[in-house]
Design a protein around this ligand. Structure first.
Ligand code: URA
Length: 479
C-alpha cells in the first residue's frame, strides 16, 4: 500500500505528480491511499513510492480530463483522489473514455465536478458583504459556508467584480482576502469572526423589498435558485417570509391599479435583451437544458446541440455563427477548419484559448445534404432569435467584461437587430445587454478569400483585431 500525502484538499500539483509516478509504475488504484496533511491520521503503512521507471516517463491525457480533475478535486468526497487516479489509469488505455457518459466511473467523476460547479455558482450568487470601518477605510466582509473546497476556485470572480474594494470572504475552512492589489488565502475561521448586522444590511433589505414583484412570485422556483440553507447568510432572507405571505394581496392590488394595456406587441421568442446582473444558471445545467432544445426545426437533422465551452468565469466570450460539420459530430464549438484557423490566429495574437469562453449564436448545425456531404447553410433571423435565449443565459452566467462577435450573425444576435459587420468592425460597442462588444470577421470568411495575397492580408487584419482584444483585456493573454 502506498500512502500519498497531499498538501491541501485541492493540491492538484501534488496529486498530479504522484499519480503520474504511480501510473508509470503500474500501481493499481486499490494499492494507493490518499490523504491530506493535517486531515487524517496515518491509516496505512509508509511505503516508499516506486522509483521512476527508466526511459520516456511522460504521458499525456486529454485536456478535458485535466479540466475535469481540477474541478472534481475540489469536492469534499474523500474518495475523489482515488477516483481520479482510477480514471487516469483507464484513460491511458481508452482515450475516448470521457465521451462515454454512461460509464459508471466517468459518471461519478462528472457528478463530483457538477456539484463543485454548482457550489461555486451558489457562492458567487449568495455571498453578501458587510462594511466594517478600519483604520485604512472600509473593509467588506462576508461569511459563507461552502459544501466543497471551492474558495480558491470561486475567489477570482469576486476579485474581478469588486476590484476596487477591500474585502474578505470568511469560511470555516479557508478565507480569501483582496486588498485592491493582491488576492491572498488564509486558514478558516469560526462564524463568530464575521460581523453580523450593519447599516448596509438594512439598506439591502429595503432594496430587496422594493424590487420584489409579488405578481411574479414562484415559491418553488425561488427556493430552487436560492435554497433555504443559504438564507441564513442573506440579509434579504429575513424579509422573504413576510413578502411571500403578503404577495397575493399585493398582486391583486397591482392588477386593480394597472391601466388598460396599449396595443399588445406579440412576444417574440428570444427577443429578450442579452442578460447581465446576477449570475445565471451554472453552465453545466444550461448545457443539459440546451441539449433538449426544440425551439426551432434545426435540432431534428443535427447530431446534437453544440453548447459553448470554456471557463465559467472567463472575462472574454467569443461568439461565432453556428457549429459546422465537425463541431456537429464532436459536440464542441470551433474544432473544425474554422476553429483551427481561429486557434492559430489566437496563438499569433498572444491569446490563450483556454482563458476565453467560446460559443455560437446558433447551437445547431444548419446544412443541406448533398450526396454524402452536408453543406453549411446560414441560419435565418427566426433561428437566430430562437437560439438567443441560450446565448443570453450563457452570458448571464459567465458575466464577461467583453464579448467578441465573430461575423455578422454573431453581431446581429448580440445587438438584437440585423447589423452589418463593416459598420461595427473594430469599434468597442455594447450588446443590447450593455456588455462591451468588439466585432471582427468570422474565421471561415478567411478560408473563403480566393486570392492568396488578399487572404494573407485579411488574416493579418484578423490577428490585429485579436491583438486589440488582448489589449482591451490582458487577462486573456497567454502566459
Ligand atoms: N463556425 C462557427 O461559427 N462556429 C463553430 O463552432 C464552427 C464554425
Amino acid at each position: 500500500m502506498y500512502r500519498i500525502w497531499l498538501e491541501s484538499p485541492v493540491d492538484m500539483d501534488g496529486w498530479r505528480a504522484a499519480a503520474r509516478r504511480l501510473a508509470l509504475a503500474g500501481v493499481a488504484p486499490e494499492m494507493v491511499g490518499w490523504a491530506v496533511e493535517g486531515e487524517q491520521d496515518a491509516l496505512f503503512d509508509d511505503d516508499v513510492l516506486p522509483p521512476m521507471p527508466d526511459g520516456d516517463a511522460a504521458f499525456s491525457v486529454p485536456r478535458r480530463f485535466v479540466e475535469l480533475a481540477q474541478t472534481a478535486i475540489c469536492h469534499a468526497d474523500p474518495e475523489r483522489f482515488s477516483l481520479l487516479y482510477a480514471l487516469l489509469l483507464r484513460l491511458r488505455e481508452e482515450r475516448g473514455l470521457l465521451e462515454v457518459a454512461v460509464d459508471p466511473l466517468v459518471a461519478r467523476v462528472e457528478a463530483l465536478a457538477k456539484a463543485v460547479r454548482r457550489d461555486i455558482h451558489k457562492m458567487h450568487a449568495f455571498v453578501r458583504f458587510r462594511a466594517v470601518a478600519t483604520d485604512e477605510g472600509e473593509h467588506f466582509i462576508a461569511w459563507f459556508e461552502p459544501e466543497h473546497h471551492i474558495v480558491e476556485a470561486a475567489a477570482p470572480f469576486f476579485q474581478r467584480r469588486f476590484a476596487a474594494m477591500r474585502w474578505s470572504i470568511l469560511t470555516p475552512e479557508r478565507c480569501a482576502h483582496w486588498d485592491g492589489g493582491t488576492l491572498r488565502f488564509t486558514g478558516g475561521v469560526p462564524k463568530s469572526a464575521a460581523p453580523t448586522e450593519d447599516a448596509l444590511e438594512e439598506l439591502w433589505r429595503s432594496y430587496y423589498a422594493a424590487i420584489f414583484n409579488p405578481a411574479r412570485l414562484k415559491v418553488a422556483a425561488m427556493q430552487s435558485e436560492m435554497p433555504r440553507k443559504y438564507w441564513k447568510n442573506l440579509p434579504e432572507a429575513s424579509s422573504i417570509g413576510l413578502l411571500v405571505r403578503d404577495a397575493e394581496r399585493r398582486a391583486q392590488a397591482m392588477v386593480a391599479a394597472v391601466p388598460p394595456a396599449p396595443n399588445p406587441q406579440p412576444q417574440r421568442q428570444g427577443a429578450t435583451a442579452m442578460a447581465t446582473g446576477e449570475p445565471g444558471t451554472p453552465l453545466e445545467e444550461l448545457r443539459q437544458q440546451a441539449a433538449g432544445c426544440r425551439e426551432c426545426p434545426l435540432w431534428a437533422p443535427a447530431t446534437q446541440t453544440v453548447f459553448g465551452e470554456g471557463p465559467e468565469d472567463a472575462r472574454v466570450v467569443f461568439v461565432g455563427e453556428q457549429p459546422g460539420d465537425s463541431e456537429d459530430l464532436k459536440g464542441r464549438p470551433f474544432v473544425g477548419p474554422a476553429g483551427q484557423l481561429l486557434d492559430r490566429a489566437l496563438d499569433e495574437a498572444g491569446i490563450d484559448r483556454h482563458k476565453v469562453y467560446v460559443t455560437n449564436a446558433v447551437k445547431h448545425f444548419k446544412f443541406e445534404p448533398r450526396g454524402k456531404r452536408r453543406i453549411h447553410q446560414k441560419p435565418n433571423a427566426g433561428e437566430i432569435r430562437a437560439c438567443r435565449q441560450w446565448l443570453s443565459r450563457e452570458l448571464a452566467t459567465v458575466q464577461p467584461t467583453l464579448v467578441v462577435a465573430l461575423g455578422a450573425t454573431a453581431v446581429s444576435s448580440l445587438v438584437g437587430k440585423t447589423t452589418s459587420l463593416s459598420s461595427v468592425r473594430g469599434k468597442v460597442m455594447k450588446t443590447d445587454g450593455d456588455t462591451d462588444m468588439v466585432a471582427t470577421v468570422h474565421p471561415s470568411y478567411l478560408l473563403r478569400v480566393p486570392d492568396e495575397a488578399a487572404r494573407a492580408a485579411e488574416y493579418q487584419r484578423f490577428v490585429a483585431d485579436l491583438r486589440h482584444i488582448g489589449e482591451l483585456d490582458p487577462s486573456v493573454r497567454a502566459a
